[in-house]
Ligand binder design. Structure first.
Ligand code: ADP
Ligand code: MG
Length: 262
């Protein structure tokens, strides 16, 4: 499975000839098979980091690479679930997932693709909506089709930008478990970069939490890799709870409202 590296990466958005620096001198290495959660207040550059990894943007300075090769565009080695991720409106939920499956599994029969896509829709809990078109689905259901579609790609790198944000807690918990199952993938972990606002979600999923403030990485927190990633274990593990306290302190210390008050 691939490793990821950001070396002295800066990124500026340019609008109407005005440049806005969103990332400045970022250095980050993510090991093979590591699950990293990026956390931090809105606007600190988390999505920009993922866009660079997805190949949807190129660094203004520095280098983003996967297994030593610079990222030059999107590729089948990376599956993405982004907030703005959209489905093909002219295909049903099933059609959308089948399409992704066949993209990365060339030569697979239509029947096999249908079978696998149906399985994935069942795993995200919406098999009953397989034949509906995106306009006939609620926002949460569309998001679950998008997740099933990313899972169908089965790429060695997974990039997820607040994928479970709009879902209710029960479904969210189920999908977190499903994601962990797919990440482990028979003992050989994929490399995952997951953006979330939810500290508890990060504590369950991550091997490492990377905390950002605007433009910069502030700190990294390692979590015990060997722990069981269940809600109960996370709540009971003193080492994990120490990390939680420290991350919450950082959230507080970097709050934009705080600056306004001080
Ligand atoms: P996050 O995902 O952490 O909320 P983003 O990576 O989306 O943050 O944005 C980082 C910064 O870049 C923010 O200040 C945001 O306003 C700015 N930004 C994001 N997209 C654009 C854009 N297309 N043009 C100009 N500025 C942008
Ligand atoms: Mg974002």
């Amino acid at each position: 499975m691939p490793s990821i590296s950001f070396e002295d990466v800066s990124y500026a958005y340019v609008d109407n000839n005005e440049a806005f620096l969103a990332l400045e001198h970022i250095d980050l290495k993510i090991a093979d098979g590591e699950f990293v959660c990026l956390v931090g207040h809105s606007g600190c550059g988390k999505s920009t980091m993922l866009n660079l990894l997805a190949g949807l943007a190129r660094p203004t300075q520095g280098r983003v690479s996967i297994d030593g090769l610079p990222v030059e565009g999107p590729g089948p080695d990376r599956s993405i679930v982004f907030q703005s991720y959209s489905l093909f409106p002219w295909q049903t939920a099933l059609g959308n997932v089948m399409f992704s499956f066949r993209q990365t599994n060339k030569g697979v029969s239509r029947e096999e693709a249908r079978h696998r896509a149906t399985e994935l829709l069942a795993q995200v809990g919406i098999e009953a909506a397989a034949n509906r078109y995106p306009f006939q689905l609620s926002g949460g259901m569309r998001q679950r089709v998008a997740i099933a579609r990313a899972l169908a790609v089965d790429a060695p790198v997974m990039l997820l930008d607040e994928p479970f944000g709009a879902l209710d807690p029960m479904i969210r918990r189920k999908l977190q478990e499903l994601l962990l199952e797919l990440w482990v993938d028979g003992g050989c972990c994929k490399t995952a970069v997951f953006v979330t606002h939810d500290i508890d979600e990060a504590l369950i999923l991550a091997d490492r939490i990377v905390f950002m403030e605007p433009k910069h990485i502030v700190r990294s927190f390692d979590l015990p890799r060997t722990r069981t990633r269940s809600v109960d274990e996370v709540a009971a593990d003193p080492q994990v709870q120490d990390v939680k306290r420290e991350v919450l302190r950082l959230f507080d210390a970097t709050s934009p409202e705080r600056e306004a008050v001080l």
